[in-house]
Design a protein around this ligand. Structure first.
Ligand SMILES: Nc1ncnc2c1ncn2[C@@H]1O[C@H](COP(=O)(O)OP(=O)(O)OP(=O)(O)O)[C@@H](O)[C@H]1O
Ligand SMILES: [Mg+2]
Length: 525
């Protein structure tokens, strides 16, 4: 057989041309420095922002998150212990954007910021992995907020109503009952089928344990997931925890009860996410950003801390019917210093959310609990998140309270007051009493409506202020026994019909007679 030289060279040439080396140096890098939970690696040219990277040091492999992509190196947040990582170690790309396990099995569990169980109840079977960052649903995929997300707190449900899919900020100084509002709201979802996710960021482990215990005691853990990154966890965990919470919530919003993707015929779930609190996430983000040498801005926070929070909170939404009409409601919490809402992070989050619930130390110490300042708290969704019955009684109380606040300021001077002014002051003082509520006692909406109706219609005007709360609770107990169908009617029809009002009038008048009689009766009689 004769082999021609040019043929051989042609084959060799084509083989050389077709030779495609699979060795890609950009997939593996080398650690050039490590410290403070941050590593820098050289040679990861193709790494994506937010990509999961794997360190291959001694012992267990440690994961990292590509955080800063620079011209000749990558700044990596180390997720775990950095003790085993040293200079010269290799770092591998995984090609995956960081994701966390999600699914229905997570309900009732306590997990860390990476979605790993930390309650000692064994592993959790994941239904899927969701990326921690996800582009929020667009305008077409959304619907306006129109269903109530009852908190069970009279002062909030009547005056600052929250709707499913809304973002409502809870803001206040330390120890003003911020967590209490969130926990009461979670407890109030017992019968609603709403899945609650409580993300604890930078709190003491004992405080988180207390929340878990409270929820268990109130039969509320069975619809709740706790994501915990405590004060002793490294800053990256505090930074990631809210996003992990949102990723867990999105699973339920986008899936029906059967675990299939939500659609027109398969309704998506309703989710409530509490981020307690975002000030600590911002501080953790500042810490990491300064360590990777991003330039500090106002209050030394990096310039994109606003973007961090807006990305997170935009993920709360009410989906359109085509997408299954699920919802994710966000209740972010922000802690202020000495009531200063004009600091950087508070103003940012105020401007991102659809309203805010202001809690004040002065009110809290004066015994007004929940310490909501109803004058400056707002909900931009407003009445569309209330049932008709509540809307009809809430209008009056809003006006009465506003007048009361105005007059109370003048009345301090102790000048003689005319009768009408005196009456308004009396009414206001009693309305403030009616809005007070103990912890872990969320109230069903029909009972809230009845309480507020009685107060705004003058039934408590002649009850001593100190007795108003007793009057209210006894009245509710009386109606529970004597007119349960009336309460049920309000609950089911969601309205306060003229007929119901007439019935209420006779029932409340009858109750009042016995209450007044018991007041004037001598003690022990
Ligand atoms: N409605 C209420 N009635 C009575 N006590 C309450 C009420 N709400 C909260 N408290 C009490 O006030 C204290 C502070 O409440 P909470 O822990 O919710 O405040 P916080 O603002 O979350 O505090 P921190 O800044 O420490 O996170 C707790 O001891 C709680 O039991
Ligand atoms: Mg708290």
């Amino acid at each position: 057989m004769d082999i021609r030289a040019e043929e051989i060279s042609r084959i060799i040439r084509s083989q050389i041309e077709g030779f495609d080396a699979q060795v890609d140096v950009a997939e593996v890098g080398t650690v050039i420095s490590v410290g403070d939970g941050i590593a820098r690696a050289y040679g990861l040219e193709k790494a994506m922002a937010g990509e999961l990277l794997e360190f291959s040091g001694k012992g267990d492999s440690v994961m990292g998150l590509a955080f800063n992509l620079e011209e000749d190196n990558v700044g990596i947040i180390i997720l775990g212990s950095s003790n085993s990582i040293k200079e010269g170690d290799t770092v591998k790309r995984t090609g995956k954007i960081m994701s966390v396990p999600v699914g229905p099995q997570f309900v009732g569990r306590v997990v860390n910021a990476l979605g790993m169980p930390i309650d000692g109840k064994g592993p959790i079977a994941a239904a899927a992995f969701n990326p921690i960052e996800r582009i929020a649903p667009g305008i077409v995929d959304r619907k306006s907020v129109h269903e109530p997300m009852q908190t069970g707190l009279k002062s909030i449900d009547s005056l600052i109503p929250v709707g499913r899919g809304q973002r409502e900020l809870i803001i206040g100084d330390r120890q003003t009952g911020k967590t209490a509002v969130a926990v009461d709201t979670i407890i109030n979802q017992r019968e609603t089928g709403v899945i609650c996710i409580y993300v604890a960021i930078g709190q003491k482990a004992s405080t988180v344990a207390q929340v878990v215990k409270t929820l268990e005691a109130n039969d509320a853990m069975k619809h709740t997931i706790i994501v915990s990154a405590t004060a002793s966890d490294p800053a990256p965990m505090l930074f990631l925890a809210p996003m992990t919470g949102a990723a867990l919530g999105e699973y339920f919003m986008h899936h029906g009860k059967d675990g299939q993707p939500a659609s027109k015929d398969n309704a998506g779930g309703h989710v409530l996410c509490v981020y307690d609190d975002l000030s600590k996430q911002a501080a953790a983000y500042r810490e990491i950003s300064l360590l990777v040498r991003r330039p500090p801005g106002r209050e030394a926070y990096p310039g994109d801390v606003f973007y961090l929070h807006s990305r997170l909170l935009e993920r709360a939404c009410k989906l359109s019917d085509e997408r299954g009409a699920g919802s994710l409601t966000a209740l972010p919490v922000i802690e202020t210093q000495a009531g200063d809402v004009s600091a950087y992070i508070p103003t940012n989050v105020i401007s991102i959310t659809d309203g805010q619930i202001f809690l004040e130390s002065d009110l809290f110490n004066a015994g007004v609990r929940p310490a909501v300042n109803v004058g400056i708290s707002v909900s931009r969704v407003g009445g569309s998140a209330q049932i008709k019955a509540m809307k009809s009684v809430a209008g009056t109380i809003k006006l009465d309270l506003a007048q009361y606040r105005e007059l109370a300021a003048f009345a301090q001077f102790g000048s003689d007051l005319d009768k009408a002014t005196q009456a308004q002051l009396n009414r206001g003082a009693r309305l403030v009493e009616i809005l007070k509520q103990g912890q872990y006692q969320p109230m069903p909406v029909e009972k809230q409506v009845v309480s507020i109706w009685a107060a705004t219609n003058g039934y408590v005007d002649d009850v001593p202020v100190a007795k108003v709360r007793a009057f209210e609770s006894e009245m509710i107990a009386y109606l529970d026994v004597n007119a349960p169908e009336l309460l049920r009617g309000i609950k089911e029809s969601k309205t306060l019909s003229d007929d119901a009002k007439a019935q209420l009038k006779t029932q409340v008048a009858a109750f009042k007679e016995s209450f007044v009689a018991s007041l004037s009766a001598p003690a022990g009689a």
